[in-house]
Design a protein around this ligand. Structure first.
Ligand code: 6PG
Length: 241
């Protein structure tokens, strides 16, 4: 089987369907090994999905929440992915504080990356191997970036590291991001993408030759453990022209 795509009439429909899919994957992980690891992305698209997830009763005490990336700003900053997740999911779902693994956006980026990698290694009990998250939720920018891996970033070729700090020139902002090897190692990957502004990027991801340096969202976009949740506007990009 190949990559699955689900198209909903609008962003709310895509968010709701994606949330249900994630819950199914988390439930399976909890049934299999007693707990589930979920890495979430930021930006604006996930907000509706986080609200849907927060409104759905779930065994959150069995779920450990990680971040795919973070802007290097304090957690109170309006640009903080943690703040958006906390306001729309964590606080409302009462996810136990010990289950939330925040990237410390308020400290020096390289140190934040080092500490986050150490926390991931400790949680997964790693001795050199890469973490395998049960679910990684990714978004995609209009430039086909994913996580904080932007077109042209040499980090896109990294297959051994867990976390790195990177300067996002486009936003004049330091970021901390999971690295490609971790994205590729995920047991399940879900993309939630909505809006007209994503059409060209989606078309490139699905129809341009494989070139993740140019189209970072092509990373890991293969196999039956990847599912895209789209609204009709973005889904126009599934057509090759
Ligand atoms: C971030 C995200 C990033 C996001 C895309 C899409 O920190 O911005 O992790 O990878 O998923 O930029 O963002 P939108 O949903 O806002 O379009």
């Amino acid at each position: 089987m190949s990559v699955q795509t689900f198209t909903a009439p609008n962003a709310q429909g895509a968010a709701d369907t994606c949330a249900r899919h994630i819950f199914g994957l988390l439930q399976a992980a909890i049934a299999a090994h007693g707990r589930a690891s979920l890495a979430i992305s930021g930006g604006s698209s996930p907000k509706l999905m986080f609200q849907k997830m927060a409104a759905t009763p779930f065994a959150w005490d069995r779920v450990h929440l990680f971040f795919v990336d973070e802007r290097c700003v304090p957690p109170s900053d309006s640009a903080s992915n943690y703040r958006m997740a906390n306001e729309n999911l964590i606080a409302a779902a009462k996810i136990p504080a010990g289950n939330v693994h925040r990237i410390l956006g308020e400290i020096e980026p390289a140190e934040a990356a080092k500490r986050y990698a150490a926390e991931i290694r400790e949680f997964f009990g790693l001795r050199g191997e890469l973490p395998q998250f049960d679910v990684v939720h990714r978004g995609m920018g209009p430039d086909a970036h994913t996580a904080s891996l932007f077109p042209g970033d040499p980090l896109i070729d990294d297959r051994t590291g867990i976390v790195a700090a990177t300067f996002a020139r486009k936003f004049n902002q330091w970021r901390v991001t999971l690295l490609p090897g971790v994205l590729l190692a995920a047991h399940n990957t879900v993309f939630l993408v909505a809006g007209e502004d994503k059409v060209d990027a989606l078309r490139s991801v699905f129809h341009a030759p494989y070139d993740p340096r140019q189209f970072p969202s092509q990373l890991g976009n293969n196999g039956d453990s990847v599912a895209w949740f789209l609204d009709e506007r973005a889904a126009q990009g599934l057509r090759s022209r």
